[in-house]
Design a protein. Structure first.
Length: 420
């Protein structure tokens, strides 16, 4: 007879715990969005996108002309962009201008064509840099690798996107024509295809661009949220332009440019917010038992990380950031920052697959090396002799550091042994 109240209390506790987890997750997303200055970065990306629009359209037109059925691919890509990534009236005006300018690009000199390519590559570089900043990754791929990836994305990305949209739309039209479904169902199907394609594009962006391991599930969830958010924002933006035509009244025929620039800014806000969601989602389990803030926290977390890397060395393997963050009970960004400090000190090393391991044998690394990176060290030698109380404090500090160094002159593998 008491099972019902117990089950009710258990349900309420689960709902309360879920609400707390969601609140912590939203706070973490907002904090990462604010700390990454995503609003300012979105403004920069919007202006860069506006400058890179003509070079991008030109490259797509040149590459697509080499493929069969290029006219169908161009029509599919243009329709997809106008229906999903551009505002109604201003988007058509800007797209028309961009196509006209790209058609005139065949008359450019070699220097002019090189400038167009450089402008498009710089946009890709900026996107790469911004996403890695959101994931708090300081290390970068080799420049040759990045340049090849940029060129592949610029050359074949739009073609694959257009081909996917064209095939999916054709298959949907054929299936609906067979069963004679109403027109509204076809419109709903096309809208679903558009959201699905955008979700795939954003998921691939969040999964492949950061120079770190990203969970595919987190990238897909963030991609779907970004695609749905962009679709909703497009509807709201169109509603605003129709019912509050202040831009048209003020700017007149020139209104297409500020409207399009505002649209680019809002679009990049949604895309960057999706990136923040993908970067923060792996930390959702850590919100239940976060490590509190206390003096010496950085050294404590680093020792937890190193102990785990010692275990990985004994096993002949490596550790991902997810595992290290779970062991240290702190965020992925903090773990990456500490690992990069250890990498600069040649204590840890990063593999190409994103995993981490010790750069030296565990018995050759002393605790004092790690402690001097995060907790204590001697000040730089002063150019002038010290006098008075400063000299006394400096002397006592050096005595304290020597005592701490002597106490910490033990190999780090002994810490891992004590932990187990």
């Amino acid at each position: 007879m008491n099972s019902r109240p117990d089950s009710g209390d258990d349900f309420r506790q689960r709902v309360s715990g879920l609400a707390v987890s969601v609140r912590h997750l939203l706070v973490a997303i907002w904090r990462r969005f604010r700390e990454g200055h995503c609003a300012q970065v979105a403004a920069s990306l919007a202006f860069t996108t506006l400058l890179s629009l003509v070079p991008f359209v030109t490259l797509v037109a040149v590459v697509s002309s080499k493929f069969p059925q290029s006219a169908h691919l161009d029509a599919a890509l243009r329709g997809f962009l106008l229906d999903n990534l551009l505002p109604d009236k201003a988007g058509k005006v800007i797209a028309g201008y961009a196509i006209q300018f790209s058609q005139k690009a065949t008359n450019l000199t070699i220097a002019g064509a090189f400038a167009l390519v450089v402008t498009a590559v710089l946009l890709m570089k900026t996107i790469d840099q911004v996403l890695n900043q959101i994931w708090m990754v300081r290390s970068r791929r080799p420049w040759a690798t990045r340049l090849a990836a940029y060129w592949m994305a610029l050359s074949f990305g739009p073609i694959l996107l257009a081909g996917g949209v064209f095939l999916a739309s054709a298959m949907l039209s054929m299936s609906l024509n067979i069963v004679n479904e109403p027109v509204w169902l076809e419109a709903a199907g096309l809208r679903f295809i558009s959201v699905a394609v955008l979700s795939g594009v954003f998921a691939m962006l969040y999964y492949a661009v950061p120079h770190c391991s990203v969970r595919l599930g987190d990238a897909v969830v963030a991609g779907v949220l970004a695609a749905v958010g962009l679709s909703v924002m497009q509807r709201l933006f169109s509603f605003y332009l129709i019912h509050f035509p202040s831009y048209t009244l003020v700017y007149g025929a020139f209104a297409a440019v500020p409207i399009f620039l505002l649209w680019l800014y809002l679009s990049w806000i949604v895309i960057l917010l999706g990136a923040v969601v993908a970067a923060v989602l792996p930390e959702r389990n850590l919100r239940r038992r976060p490590l509190p803030v206390f003096p010496g926290r950085r050294l404590y977390v680093t020792l937890q990380i190193i102990a785990e890397l010692v275990d990985a060395q004994r096993e002949g393997g490596r550790r991902d950031v997810d595992v290290l963050a779970d062991v240290a009970r702190c965020g992925h960004g903090e773990v990456r920052e500490l690992l990069e400090v250890l990498e600069c000190a040649r204590i840890a090393a990063r593999r190409e697959d994103g995993g981490w391991l010790l750069a030296r044998a565990a018995g050759d690394v002393l605790l004092v090396e790690v402690a001097r990176l995060f907790a204590w060290n001697l000040p730089a030698s002063a150019s002038l002799p010290l006098a008075g109380s400063e000299a006394g404090i400096d002397s006592r500090w050096r005595d304290l550091v020597r005592a701490l160094d002597a106490a910490a002159a033990i190999p780090i593998d002994t810490l891992a042994a004590k932990r187990t």
